[in-house]
Design a protein around this ligand. Structure first.
Ligand SMILES: Nc1ncnc2c1ncn2[C@@H]1O[C@H](COP(=O)(O)OP(=O)(O)OP(=O)(O)O)[C@@H](O)[C@H]1O
Length: 317
């Protein structure tokens, strides 16, 4: 498969006080292949959104390089950057916060096409109507305002806006977390159908491992800014290697109450360490029941331990 995005030892640091550096993403090396869905999972604060924003070119990388189709993406105002801002789109967790309440739905969807000088005014409006139909809304909705819609409908508007500029790559940043469970699968199915039709590449960020399993070809597990495990979706569920991924999987509720009761309690005990001025060693060491002295001092590197299955853990050679 062809690589669309290449992250080479990418980090993002935020300066949060005198001599204090918050390491939101730490030394991530990762490829995203054309047409795939890469699921990115981990607890709140582990750096998923920051990674998504770097991949979008919204944040600069502090260290390392990101390439799109072999070309380095930077925030400098170049022709490539302008083109990338069309090819890479994002769908946000909270569709209401990301839609301008003073603009009609039609103007929201058309805005990107205007910025990128796509089509004349009449053709843009025709595309708005078509896009509304594509995402399961209708033409009449173009003249309404975001507050007149339900959460699921607003997310459909967010998807139509992303599609309007004919992107190749879409970051879906927890697009269904804020929606009712009954609506979640409708949005997931819409995203899957659109991918089948247009060949989009997705980076799908989520907490919920069940949903990620259904939509992802591969899954990346993050912990405290680090990529700790990466494998095909089926492989990672069948052979979960990192103790943190095992704990995350164990935290997904099992519908059978007897099995749920038998599950090992306290799988994720202990606090997540601070990302500010992080200590050396494995970031998961203080919560890991397998941790040894080595884990407390030496950071494990991500290595391929089964075909296409990468893990950063001293337990696995
Ligand atoms: N602009 C910023 N300035 C300072 N710190 C930030 C900034 N953005 C994110 N962080 C910090 O970086 C870390 C990673 O945050 P990020 O939002 O990427 O995590 P996340 O996994 O997406 O979490 P969530 O699921 O809650 O959105 C957190 O410790 C967060 O507080």
């Amino acid at each position: 498969m062809d690589k669309l995005i290449t992250l080479d030892h990418v980090s993002k640091h935020f300066h949060v006080g005198k001599n204090q550096t918050l390491v939101a993403v730490n030394d991530v090396t990762l490829d995203i292949y054309k047409g795939e869905t890469l699921g990115v999972v981990g607890e709140s604060g582990c750096g998923k959104s920051t990674l998504g924003r770097m991949v979008m070119g919204i944040y600069n990388t502090t260290k390392g390089t990101m390439k799109y189709n072999g070309k380095v993406v930077s925030l400098k105002h170049t022709k490539d950057r302008y083109e990338y801002s069309r090819k890479a789109q994002i769908i946000f967790q909270d569709p209401y916060a990301s839609l301008n309440p003073r603009m009609t739905v039609g103007s929201i969807i058309a805005e990107g096409m205007e910025i990128h000088n796509m089509y004349d005014k009449e053709k843009r409006m025709q595309r708005v109507y078509e896009l509304l139909e594509t995402v399961g809304l209708n033409k009449e909705h173009a003249n309404r305002f975001p507050h007149e819609f339900s959460g699921g409908q607003r997310q459909r508007i967010g998807i139509a806006r992303a599609l309007a500029v004919e992107p190749e790559f879409i970051v879906c940043d927890e697009p269904i977390s804020a929606l009712d469970v009954s609506i979640q699968s409708q949005i997931i199915n819409l995203l899957k159908d659109l991918q089948a039709e247009h060949g989009f590449t997705y980076m799908f960020i989520a907490h919920d491992l069940n949903i990620v399993k259904y939509i992802s070809d591969r899954i990346a597990v993050m912990y405290l800014g680090n990529l700790v495990e990466l494998a095909d979706s089926d492989e990672i569920y069948a052979h979960t290697l990192h103790p943190y991924s095992q704990a995350l999987l164990a935290s997904v509720p099992i519908p059978d109450p007897d099995k749920e009761a038998q599950k090992e309690a306290s799988v994720l005990s202990g606090d997540v360490p601070s990302p500010i001025n992080p200590k050396p060693g494995c970031p998961f060491a203080n919560r890991c029941k397998h941790a040894t002295e080595r884990c407390k001092t030496e950071s494990p590197k991500l290595k391929e331990v089964r075909p296409g299955h990468f893990v950063a853990c001293h337990l696995h050679k």
